[in-house]
Design a binder for this molecule. Sequence first.
Ligand code: EPU
Length: 420
Amino acid sequence: MDKILVHGGYPLSGKIKVSGSKNSALPILAATLLTREPCVVHRVPDLSDTNYMLQILMYLGAQVERASGTVTVTAEKVNSVAPYDVVRRMRASVCVLGPLLARCNEATVSLPGGCVIGDRPIDLHLKGFEALGAAVRVEGGNVKMFTPRLKGAIINLRGKFGPTVLGTDNVMMAAVLAEGTTVIEGAAAEPEVCDLADFLNKMGARIEGAGTSRLIIEGVKELHGAEHDIIPDRIETGTFLVAGAICGNGVTVTRAEPKHIESVTTALGNAGYNIQTTKDSITVSRNGASKPLELGTEPYPGFPTDMQAQMCALLSTTDGMSVVTENIFPQRYMHLAELKRMGAHVQIEGPRAVIHGVEKLLGAPVMASDLRASAALVLAGLKAEGVTEISRVYHIDRGYEHLDEKLGELGAHIERVKTK
Ligand code: EPU
């Protein structure tokens, strides 16, 4: 198991390139199961999560070729059963449910396990499949589904915490091959959902309304192969911008999509940082003293829950009182206990974190609990005095392509060490 040592206090500057989006790549790779023809997907980030997804596709019978960022998947024959051992390592493996049901009229997929960021049910996914005419049972830790033929329906997928991203993806992937028209109300409008809809439309699907809360899907008989470029990872973009804010002398994030991360650039602007954008790059630099913030996570285009932890790291050394409210996953605060070990002053009050900025953080041994929490600890370590030793870094490798090397190019001093 690797550890990361962050030597704090080195200013960052220069340019850094964003990778393709993890959360687009995962459902798009799953969608390749919908056709027998080859699909070519470019800019697939090299992450443990994308590697798990490719292993799942191979287990299900697909042929996979990978040459740097380009992945070719040919799913000529598909088997519809994905057992626990194959899917347990990644929650996003649930997004093979929709494609398997559409392609095979049946699917048995083991349920994903618990997750440190909170209870992560899939009831809305299953409600959508049932509405399309599938008989759904949960038995022995598996979701079992069967249908003689999927039929279009009107489905509302909005849950008590708002829309569901992978639920929308899953039901959309099932509906593209259903007979007739499906309307998904309360759909997620995240850029990753739009990217999947674009890919499906290139495969011959007929989806309208992506990027709004209402998707209209005319079912087609079959889909064909397609070629696609994954969109830039907006959360990686935001993470680098916060790195630039936390200890930068001018950091430019390139190959980015500024529109997708406006809520974060607006928040950084409100916190007193200078933000400049071009068509595909964003520069963050200091602009005098930084200011505390009040912000809440929301579905897109609101402030993303996947940037909450990184923002807490920034605010923990911003003078004054900041209040962060987590509205999507109200228990997603594991990083705060670790930030406190570095000297942050934070109280958790239900879904709110009240942060009193301190002058400095001190390096300490800390433990990564999930992907974004680990990114927050790296960011805090960049600013802290001394060395921050982060264990369980496999969480970082799930979703950030070579984070330590990329930050190193900006001047960060980060070492990766092997432990027994
Ligand atoms: N929810 C339900 N029932 C469901 C599904 C979701 O109640 O059937 C609730 C969730 O518990 C949560 C809310 O709805 O309170 C939103 O969850 P959502 O379904 O949108 O989450 P997800 O699709 O499972 C994706 C990302 C997450 C990101 C969330 C929210 C992927 C692979 N994962 O998860 O990304 O936090 O949307 O934007 O796309 C990450 O990348 O670190 C990550 C956790």
